[in-house]
Design a protein around this ligand. Sequence first.
Ligand code: NDP
Length: 287
Amino acid sequence: MSARILEGKVFAQQFKEAAGKRAEAFRQKYGTAPGLAVIIVGENPASQVYVRNKHKSCEELGIRSDVIRMPEHATKEELLAKIDELNADRAIHGILVQLPLPDAIHAQEEEILNRIDPAKDVDGFHPVNVGRLVTGSPGLVPCTPAGCIRMLELADIPMDGKRAVIIGRSNIVGKPMLHLLMAKHATVTVCHSHTQNLPEITREADILVAAIGKPKFVTADMVKPGATVIDVGINRIAPKKLVGDVDFEAVKEVAGAITPVPGGVGLLTVAMLMQNVVEAAERQMET
Ligand code: NDP
């Protein structure tokens, strides 16, 4: 039997409706909109698309969105000065720096991201927010993994007591996913490029998360029948062809539920960002 397809747009719509209602309540209460500032440095074409999508979503939901464009040759000092300015701006509740940064300042990425006030760090990358996630205290959580967990909840897929396996241990997907699934009482295994006997481990998963960055890496023989498979990967294999990390056609015949690519997790990320902006704005007004 073919798997249930977890359509990103259905869940993204639900996230957006919830964020839109909260943004409206915020405007009513404080007479101002929640505000997001996105800094984009240089002309990376994929980044331009991502920033445009974020801006469009903000407009749809009545969230103020400032896009700050800096030239390819902007220096670290200029970027830090801009972040300082936004940190001090009371109308801006969320700040994000679109990655990747140009080669000349790429090595300073950590220093640049760490300059963002943790209260405004809507990407959830600041060490203070990472620490909060690890210790289980409220903070801002990276959008992609947070979106996946919210999707599982809305789809009524149980996590409590289940075996979850994550392939990938990056700071933006794999590691936060570990903590979020653990907080939902799943028993979690994280795999990476040094993992031995990977298919043996993935076949134990009730929930399998693929965040690798390799096209169709997860094949049907790696999946337990009936498992939920979340494909975070986005791989461009031709100018207009995106595929995930999962061999969707084959795996959907084995899995119980599966996210497609495109049209899956990618759509959740921007919708979750909207929630993070509203959440950050509410917290800043309450403290
Ligand atoms: P990274 O490159 O930072 O991490 C990839 C991980 O995969 C690493 O931990 C790596 O292991 C592991 N890996 C690589 N090869 C293997 C292998 N042969 N066996 C097991 N593990 C392996 O990627 P990201 O986490 O940033 O992104 C992963 C994918 O998700 C990408 O396709 C990216 O485009 C996509 N993505 C999608 C988003 C969305 O909105 N949907 C948001 C963010 C990312 P090791 O640590 O040992 O090197």
